[in-house]
Design a protein around this ligand. Structure first.
Ligand SMILES: Nc1nc2c(c(=O)[nH]1)N[C@H]1C(S)=C(S)[C@@H](COP(=O)(O)O)O[C@H]1N2
Ligand SMILES: [Mo]
Length: 188
């Protein structure tokens, strides 16, 4: 494990808190009717209920979380389903190079499929051993540790596989689309 100091990207400050940051208000979770939709350029579109999601192979990942506004939270323990597991189930077509992640409400983000298949990327339903609190994105959020946290969409409901990248909420508003905290890619 790297020394903590070396784990902090340029111009970030470590916080021991876990700040809550989002636009709009968190949606209500109706466990019986909630589902995750996987659509677009896939051989096998999916509509998974919450119970079905919980039955998929579970992974635990400890990672650092970097918000573009300047705070970083180290050693955050997430539990859920590897993005790769869902992708393998959906069978992306060859031309599916990007995925748009659509949250409940007005929020979305997108990433190259290749980056989402990284072993540290997951759809999390637990945080530090407890069910993921609504304010942190429960019932389901994306976690992409290698990117600024605006790529880690909370309240995920749709994964859409696409040929071309659809810009997300902050990416449309001038934030970097590549969002690498180590290269300090904050703005486009
Ligand atoms: N649905 C949704 N997801 C979102 C956001 C949002 O506004 N809506 N904000 C992003 C930003 S900018 C950050 S820093 C993190 C914050 O996550 P946290 O509130 O769990 O700390 O969520 C990201 N995911
Ligand atoms: Mo953020």
């Amino acid at each position: 494990m790297r020394e903590k100091l070396q784990r902090i990207p340029p111009n970030q400050k470590v916080t021991s808190e876990f700040p809550v940051l989002h636009i709009g208000s968190p949606p209500q979770f109706h466990r019986k009717t909630w589902h995750l939709t996987v659509e677009g350029l896939v051989e096998n579109p999916l509509k998974l209920t919450y119970e079905e999601l919980l039955k998929l192979p579970r992974i635990v990942r400890v990672s650092d979380f970097h918000c573009v506004t300047g705070w970083s939270r180290l050693d955050t323990k997430w539990e859920g389903v590897a993005f790769k597991t869902i992708s393998n189930m959906a069978k992306p077509l060859k031309k599916a190079l990007y995925v748009t992640i659509v949250a409940e409400g007005d929020y979305s983000t997108s990433l190259p499929l290749k980056e989402l298949l990284s072993p540290d990327v997951l759809l999390a339903y637990k945080l530090d051993g407890s069910p993921l609190p609504t304010k942190h994105g429960g019932p389901l959020r994306l976690v992409v540790p290698k990117k600024y946290a605006y790529k880690s969409a909370k309240w995920v409901r749709i994964l859409r596989f696409t040929v071309q990248q659809e810009l997300g909420y902050w990416e449309k508003r001038g934030y970097s689309n590549s969002a690498d905290p180590w290269k300090e890619e904050r703005y486009e």
